[in-house]
Design a protein around this ligand. Structure first.
Ligand SMILES: NC(=O)c1ccc[n+]([C@@H]2O[C@H](COP(=O)([O-])OP(=O)(O)OC[C@H]3O[C@@H](n4cnc5c(N)ncnc54)[C@H](O)[C@@H]3O)[C@@H](O)[C@H]2O)c1
Ligand SMILES: O=c1ccn([C@@H]2O[C@H](COP(=O)(O)OP(=O)(O)O[C@H]3O[C@H](CO)[C@@H](O)[C@H](O)[C@H]3O)[C@@H](O)[C@H]2O)c(=O)[nH]1
Length: 443
């Protein structure tokens, strides 16, 4: 099948590459000339594990191409995916300007029937808007389908190739048949393609993200209560996660959820509720809890240093909003680094993949270390913001020689408490007792 993907970011590039891998002829279109130039030169502009193998194979075999020219990109395409940004507008609702602009541009360019597929995360009613915008310029028959994407960054290729489900919102039998054929190679594992109407598909995506955000904020509140009540949130997680009605995943307490999706999508769903005059109370709490959680460690760090961080050097491990990505959108690390700088601290950071992206934003306000250990050199404390596997089993002997104090503030509960007691660190984490060397002697 001939496909076009408009917007070649995290979702568009993965969608295009994976559909090329299943044998389709794919052209990805983007307005970012530098990005397209890189892609045409075989350079993948994002870090996404496993993408390179598929990208290299499919570009080499001529199934995957890139262009900045929309007309050229959609020529002969049976399916046209919109994988465009839907950032929050000033009022928190999803800004549809990128989608509707492309819809306007597409109308006059359509030469034969095509299924226009909305892969971006968009509010209820967007498919209808896209249809109206395209139809203003189109002279042929077309369908607009909502097919939200559920991939996670860091495991995007796997999520795309083996989806838990594929949600397709359309009332058109013609569009259903085309998409059934396209997705067939991905759903052979027995996972369902779920058909519904456009509005329900659009809402399904927000419901999924909001529900996962509820789980995280709930666990963060349990963690905060654990700290006061002397319980251990990791034990609670294990204790409840084994109940199949609850499930083991997305119960990890931490320094709050970030990324390009949860924060904006929870906010956008709250805005949709407001537009329909519905008071969606849980969403307000989820956002409120997350905002507080993100700044949870700073008072502890300040408190430890008697309220004064001036002249202190803080090492930060982890900048990406989660491991296995270079994405720093809404990453808790950024907010915390800015707060530390405001307090007069010096900050040295290390992240395996996200350093360049942070350098583009914070420049020389902070120091960038070449290795995780180099970041610790002469630092007064270590703060952990992302649970990269690299940080899980460090050489504490080596760390002791570099850090001025055996002191860790862990926003991701990377270490076991017993382990910290053994190595004699003062260890603050989330929803668990604070380990101090004194406690270790009496334990
Ligand atoms: N990132 C994720 O993990 C993820 C997962 C599921 C769904 N989503 C949703 O998918 C959508 C895209 O997200 P993303 O993370 O891939 O965004 P992104 O910012 O990484 O990529 C969007 C791309 O669209 C391009 N673009 C903008 N205007 C254009 C135009 N007129 N023509 C062609 N290209 C244009 C940009 O240059 C950019 O390369 C959003 O709605 C997001 O909420 C994202
Ligand atoms: O138990 C958990 C799980 C996640 N997080 C945090 O939640 C955020 C989001 O994590 P994750 O969902 O793994 O990453 P995303 O790539 O943002 O993926 C989410 O957002 C995408 C965009 O909509 C969806 O497609 C995915 O299904 C959805 O999981 C990160 O900051 C994580 O650190 C926690 O704090 N605790």
């Amino acid at each position: 099948m001939k496909l076009a993907v408009i917007g070649t970011g995290y979702v568009g590039l993965v969608t295009g590459t994976c559909f090329a891998e299943t044998g389709n002829q794919v052209v990805c279109v983007d307005i970012d000339e530098r990005k397209v130039e890189k892609l045409n030169n075989g350079i993948i502009p994002i870090y996404e594990p496993g993408l390179d193998v598929l990208f290299n194979r499919n570009t080499a075999e001529g199934r995957l191409k890139f262009t900045t020219n929309l007309a050229e990109g959609i020529e002969g395409a049976e399916v046209i995916f919109l994988a465009l940004p839907t950032p929050p507008g000033e009022d928190g609702s999803a800004d549809l300007k990128y989608i509707l602009k492309v819809a306007d541009d597409l109308g006059p360019l359509l030469k034969q029937y095509a299924v226009i597929v909305d892969k971006s995360t968009v509010p209820v009613g967007t498919a209808e808007k896209v249809w109206v915008h395209i139809s203003r310029g189109a002279k042929i028959d077309f369908d607009v389908v909502s097919n939200p994407e559920f991939l996670r960054e860091g495991v995007a290729v796997d999520d795309f190739m083996k989806p838990d489900r594929v949600v397709i919102g359309t009332k058109s039998d013609k569009a259903k048949a085309v998409l059934n054929k396209l997705y067939a190679p991905l759903v052979r594992q027995g996972n369902p393609v779920i058909f519904m109407d456009e509005r329900s598909a659009e809402m399904t995506k927000y419901a999924a993200n909001a529900f996962l955000a509820v789980k995280i904020s709930f666990m963060n509140e349990i963690a905060n209560l654990c700290e006061k009540a002397g319980a251990n949130v990791d034990d609670i997680r294990r204790g409840i996660g084994t109940d199949s009605r609850i499930g083991k995943r997305f119960l990890f307490a931490g320094i709050g959820y970030g990324g390009s999706c949860f924060p904006k999508d929870v906010q956008a769903l709250a805005k949709t509720a407001q537009e329909y005059d519905y008071d969606f109370q849980i969403l307000k709490s989820v956002m409120d809890v997350n905002a507080k959680q993100k700044s949870k460690l700073l008072p502890l760090i300040k408190g430890h240093f008697d309220g004064d961080l001036k002249g202190k050097t803080i090492a930060v491990w982890g900048l990406a909003f989660k491991p296995y990505t270079d994405d720093i959108r809404e990453a808790p690390a950024l907010e915390n680094i800015r707060a530390l700088l405001k307090e007069g601290a010096k900050v040295t950071v290390y992240d395996p993949e996200a350093m360049d992206n942070v350098r583009n934003i914070l420049g020389n306000q902070i120091n960038y270390a070449h290795t995780s250990y180099a970041a610790l050199d002469d630092a007064d404390a270590l703060v952990i913001m992302t649970e990269w596997p690299l940080f899980r089993t460090p050489d504490f002997g080596k760390m002791n020689l570099l850090l001025k104090n055996k002191l860790i503030f862990d926003g991701r509960n990377v270490y076991e408490l017993d382990q910290m007691k053994e190595v004699g660190y003062t260890y603050y984490s989330i929803g668990r007792e604070t380990v101090t060397p004194e406690v270790s002697q009496t334990a």
